[in-house]
Design a protein. Structure first.
Length: 203
């Protein structure tokens, strides 16, 4: 099985809106700035490391270091690597959520509306994230339609025949979550949730 792991926003997208919202909790606590794109790159790398021992799995993490962002990045990676990497069975884009109300928290996983395989995989990712992450509750899987957030990535790959999921494991804008991201085991927990889901799908 071949999967592609993408860290949301890319290196050049320092001021991504969600990332900025996500930093407010840190600024308020005097903790300095923590950008979503930096945290999701850590999660992607850790997930890649954890999946190395899964039999018959090839994980392409090149998306983690590219300066490009979102759908553009995936299209470019896909076009660059399809000749050598071959067909991809699953693409995962990792994000963290943010919202104006700091009390909002929990996990959700997005897929492209109408892609049954992607919906099935989204359910598996949500289950494993909920099992591993200590500060969360379910916000469900969400079918994204054209024009909505994540549709470029999810729809673009779905049209290429690649099931894709976009994970929003926690809300960076929730103060308890922000603290746990900074000091706790939340990053490895999120990575383990992703790796466990990949293991089930690859198994
Ligand atoms: Zn994001």
């Amino acid at each position: 099985m071949k999967i592609i792991l993408v860290a949301g926003h890319g290196l050049s997208n320092k001021n991504a809106k969600v990332a900025d919202v996500g930093t407010q909790a840190y600024k308020a606590a005097g903790e300095g700035t923590l950008y979503e794109r930096d945290v999701v790159r850590k999660i992607a790398r850790m997930t890649g490391d954890m999946t190395q021992l899964i039999p018959n799995l090839v994980c392409d993490q090149l998306g983690v270091e590219t300066p490009l962002q979102l759908s553009k990045k995936v299209e470019v990676i896909w076009d660059q690597h399809r000749s050598t990497f071959g067909p991809v069975d699953l693409a995962i884009e990792i994000h963290l959520n943010g919202f104006a109300n700091p009390s909002v928290y929990g996990s959700e996983v997005l897929y492209y509306d109408g892609d049954d395989k992607a919906e099935e995989y989204a359910g598996i990712f949500l289950n494993h994230i909920l099992r591993r992450v200590s500060i969360t509750k379910t916000r469900g899987v969400k079918g994204v339609k054209s024009g909505q957030n994540g549709a470029a990535f999810l729809g673009g790959l779905s049209r290429k025949g690649i099931p894709a999921v976009l994970t929003e494991s926690v809300f960076m804008t929730n103060p308890a979550t922000a603290q746990a991201l900074r000091y706790g085991v939340l990053i490895p927990e999120i990575a383990l949730g992703h790796a466990s889901a990949i293991s089930e799908i690859a198994g």
